[in-house]
Ligand binder design. Structure first.
Ligand code: ZN
Length: 411
C-alpha cells in the first residue's frame, strides 16, 4: 500500500467511527427523550400524593397567592399541575414552644381554618379531601386535593376528646411530636428523653387514634417511641416525611434498617423526605458539624437571647449547606425497596419545610416527573412507580380506616 492510500484508509476509518458514535449518540438521546416523555405522562396518569408539605406555615410567615405562580416557596397551583401533583397533605405544624406556653389547640384550629380557606378562595383549584375515596373522586377534575395532618401532638392538650375534634375537622394523621418532647412522647431532636418512649397518656393517644382511623405518624419521634407505637398500634403506621438512616448514620430523625423492616412487617410505609440533610451523607455530616460548632461556640461564649439568635443566623449564612442531588433521593427509595420490597415506600417531600436545601432536580412541586424519570432509568416499572406515587400510601390509609371500623364495631 502506498502512503497516500494508507492515509485515505485511515481517514475513512475515522469517518466511519465518528458516524457510528454519532448514531449511537442520536439513539441514546432519542431513547432519553422518550423516557422523559414517559415520565411526564406517568406523572399525569397516576395520582401523585405527597404526605408532607409545610405550605401553611410558609404562608403564615409570608402570605402569597398560591393559586398563581408564586415568586418564593416550593408549592403553588401552576407548578403542582405541571408536576402532576394531585393530593397533598398540608401540615398543620404546631411549633414546639406551644406545648410550654399553651395555645397549641387554638393554633392548630386556626391553621386548619387557613387551609380550608385555600379551597374556599380558589374552589376551581383546590378541594378538601378526607379519605382515599375523596382523592380518587377528585382526581382528574383539575383540582388538587388538600388533606391535612397535624405535625406535633401538642394540640391534643391532654384531652382525648380533642383528637376526635380534630378528626372531625378533617385531620387524617398526627405526627406525635416535633422538635421537642411533649406530653405524648419523646422527640428525636430533643437532647434528653423525658418518657423513654411514649408517656402513659401517649399510649392512650395511640389507641384513640386507632379507634378514630387517624394515621399515626412516626416521623420526628425517638426510636423507643417508634418501637412502643409499633407494639401498641392495631393499625399500620406511617413515617410521613423521613428517609433512611443508612445514608445518615447516627441521625435519629431518619429510620434505620431494623425500623424500616418492622414498619413494613406491620404493613406501614415510609414516605421519603427530599431534604438534602435527610438523603445525603455528605450534607447530613455538614449539617451535624455546623450544629456542633454552633452549640460549642454558644456555650463557650455564653451567648443568650438575641445575641445567640444573631450568631446562629450569621454562621448559617456564612456556611450554607450543599445541595444533594435527585439521585440521592432515588438511592433512598432504592434502599427501602431492596430492604423490604416495593410495597413500603412513597413520597413525603417536606416541601416548604426544609428551606432552600433541596436536591438539584427536585426543587419544587413541578419536579415529580424528574424523579419518575430517574426511577425509569433505574429500571423501575410503571407498576412500581404507581405504588410509589400513591398505591402504597393509599393501601395504608385504607387499612387504617378499616382497622378503625373493626375496632369500633367490637364495642
Ligand atoms: Zn417535620
Amino acid at each position: 500500500m502506498n502512503k497516500n492510500k494508507m492515509i485515505a484508509r485511515r481517514i475513512a476509518i475515522v469517518i466511519v467511527a465518528v458516524l457510528f458514535a454519532g448514531c449511537q449518540q442520536i439513539t441514546k438521546t432519542s431513547a432519553d427523550a422518550e423516557l422523559k416523555k414517559k415520565a411526564n405522562e406517568l406523572a399525569q396518569k397516576y395520582i401523585i400524593v405527597d404526605t408532607h408539605q409545610d405550605v401553611p406555615y410558609r404562608l403564615l410567615k409570608k402570605m402569597e397567592d398560591i393559586s398563581k405562580r408564586t415568586a418564593g416557596g416550593n408549592f403553588d397551583y401552576p407548578r403542582a399541575k405541571k408536576g402532576g401533583l394531585d393530593a397533598v397533605f398540608m401540615a398543620v405544624y404546631v411549633p414546639a414552644e406551644y406545648e410550654e406556653k399553651g395555645g397549641a389547640y387554638a393554633f392548630a384550629d386556626e391553621t386548619i381554618d387557613m387551609i380550608e380557606g385555600f379551597a374556599e378562595d380558589w374552589p376551581d383549584k383546590f378541594v378538601m379531601a378526607r379519605s382515599v375515596s375523596d382523592v380518587r373522586k377528585q382526581f382528574n377534575d383539575g383540582r388538587i386535593s388538600l388533606a391535612m395532618g397535624i405535625e406535633n401532638g401538642a394540640p391534643v392538650e391532654g384531652n382525648l376528646a380533642n383528637l376526635k375534634y380534630f378528626y372531625d375537622r378533617g385531620i387524617r394523621y398526627t405526627t406525635l411530636a416535633h422538635s421537642k418532647n411533649n406530653h405524648i412522647c419523646d422527640s428525636s431532636y430533643d437532647e434528653e428523653p423525658k418518657w423513654h418512649g411514649l408517656s402513659p397518656f401517649g399510649m392512650e393517644v395511640v389507641s384513640e387514634m386507632n379507634r378514630l382511623g387517624m394515621i399515626i405518624d412516626v416521623s420526628h419521634v425517638t426510636d423507643k417511641t417508634f418501637y412502643q407505637v409499633i407494639q401498641l398500634s392495631k393499625a399500620p403506621v406511617v413515617a410521613t416525611h423521613s428517609s433512611c438512616r443508612h445514608f445518615t448514620p447516627g441521625w435519629e430523625r431518619n429510620m434505620d434498617d431494623q425500623m424500616i423492616k418492622l414498619l413494613a412487617k406491620n404493613g406501614g410505609v415510609i414516605q421519603i423526605n427530599f431534604g438534602s440533610i435527610f438523603v445525603s451523607k455528605q450534607v447530613n455530616e455538614q449539617y451535624k458539624n455546623r450544629k456542633k460548632h454552633i452549640t460549642e461556640y454558644i456555650e463557650a461564649n455564653n451567648l443568650k437571647g438575641k445575641e445567640k439568635e444573631k450568631y446562629i443566623k450569621e454562621y448559617n449564612q456564612k456556611n450554607p449547606l450543599a445541595d444533594a442531588d435527585i439521585s440521592d433521593v432515588v438511592a433512598n427509595i432504592d434502599h427501602v425497596v431492596k430492604l423490604v420490597g416495593i410495597e413500603y415506600v412513597g413520597l413525603g417531600s417536606d416541601f416548604d419545610g426544609v428551606g432552600d436545601n433541596l436536591p438539584n432536580g427536585l426543587k419544587d412541586v413541578s419536579c415529580y416527573p424528574n424523579l419518575i424519570y430517574e426511577l425509569l432509568k433505574k429500571g423501575y416499572t410503571d407498576e412500581d412507580i404507581r405504588k410509589i406515587c400513591y398505591g402504597n400510601f393509599f393501601r395504608v390509609w385504607s387499612d387504617v380506616e378499616m382497622a378503625a371500623l373493626e375496632l369500633r364495631s367490637k364495642k
